[in-house]
Design a protein around this ligand. Structure first.
Ligand code: TRP
Length: 335
């Protein structure tokens, strides 16, 4: 008889930089929810990554808890997956130091996200912003995942992680397992409703950004105001960025193909189509809002979940951490 295959391990993190947008949801979290069925999953709130940009302590604290509750509200199930807050598991920072000493200044200077963020925050180019990808490498390597689901903007960081694995293993003997980036096929890249050539974002110039906690009325109103083009054909075509974006959102929520959507709205105007997309999104997000409200009213439950998650994460990660210290020649502490 064939041996039952071990379920692969998946790990991913998300920064608590505010209430998630429809982009975060369709691009990441909804896939995570799905992955729980087929993989052993570890998900965390990357609060330590968030402080590479200056945070106001009170709102940072509030947002971290809100984002944790949101993950659960979106269907990340602590019975199936390990869910925790990054700063609660010290092995992440501990491994980061060891990896920092095995990562070159030159390779970190080439990270496009560093170049981009340091030009946007030129008054605060701190050492943490520079070594951000090393913390991310530590997040990953300490759990030996097979796959790391990330967006395209994080692929370079996964490449760096893989380089670090090779370098470390060559220098000290096999310590880390090689992770692969996992870019899910179904991922919709959600563009701004006000400027469909840009990614949907919480920035001030995107006044139609959909927060996953928006009310149905707010959602429908924003979709009705979505920028489209001057003809009236609902079809996925080069140059029709606004309609293409609405079509991919609608498709990813309803599971309908572009051809099916084209015939559904054949001969109907953009108005009808925008309303339909708004309604589909509102319906998808409504239960998340309800779950979120319930969870935020039960702080002791949230605490119990993140305490349990951190405990499980600490157990797994301490093994790899100890191995890394040992391989580098540190004297193990007496127990
Ligand atoms: N840097 C990732 C982002 O901004 C978040 C993140 C932190 C992450 N650590 C991770 C993602 C480890 C995957 C694995 O999107």
């Amino acid at each position: 008889m064939e041996k039952p295959q071990r379920k692969k391990r998946i790990l991913s993190g998300i920064q608590p930089t505010g209430i998630f947008t429809l982009g975060n949801y369709l691009g990441a979290i909804r896939n995570w929810k799905q992955m729980q069925e087929d993989y052993n999953c570890i998900f965390f709130i990357a609060d330590m990554h968030a402080v590479t940009i200056r945070q106001d302590p009170a709102s940072f604290k509030k947002q971290t808890l809100e984002c944790f509750a949101l993950l659960l509200a979106c269907g990340i199930d602590p019975e199936k997956s390990i869910v925790f807050i990054q700063s609660h598991v010290p092995s992440h920072s501990q491994l980061t130091w060891l990896l920092n000493c095995n990562t070159q200044f030159g390779e970190l200077s080439r990270m496009t996200q560093f170049k981009d963020k340091s030009s946007r925050h030129s008054d605060n180019i701190n050492a943490g912003l520079f070594s951000y990808p090393v913390l991310m490498a530590a997040d990953i390597l300490i759990y030996s995942p097979d796959l790391v689901p990330v967006g395209n903007d994080q692929k370079q960081h996964i490449e760096l992680t893989r380089d670090i694995v090779n370098r470390f293993n060559n220098a000290y003997g096999k310590t880390f397992t090689m992770p692969d980036a996992y870019i899910p096929k179904l991922t919709a890249r959600v563009m701004s409703l006000s400027d469909p050539t840009k990614k949907m974002s919480k920035s001030a110039d995107d006044n139609l950004c959909i927060d996953i906690l928006d009310t149905p009325a707010q959602i429908i109103k924003k979709f009705r105001r979505a920028v489209t083009d001057s003809d009236s054909l609902v079809a996925y075509r080069e140059g029709k960025d606004g309609i293409n974006n609405l079509m991919s959102i609608y498709s990813s929520i309803t599971g309908k193909s572009f051809e099916e959507i084209e015939s559904e709205f054949d001969g109907r105007g953009y108005g009808d189509f925008k309303t339909a997309v708004g309604e589909a999104v509102a319906e998808e997000l409504a239960p998340i809002r309800e779950n979120y409200d319930r969870l935020m009213n039960d702080r002791s439950y949230l605490k119990a979940v993140y305490a349990d998650g951190a405990k499980k994460a600490a157990t797994i990660s301490s093994r790899v951490l100890e191995k890394a210290y040992k391989r580098m020649g540190f004297i193990p502490p007496e127990k």
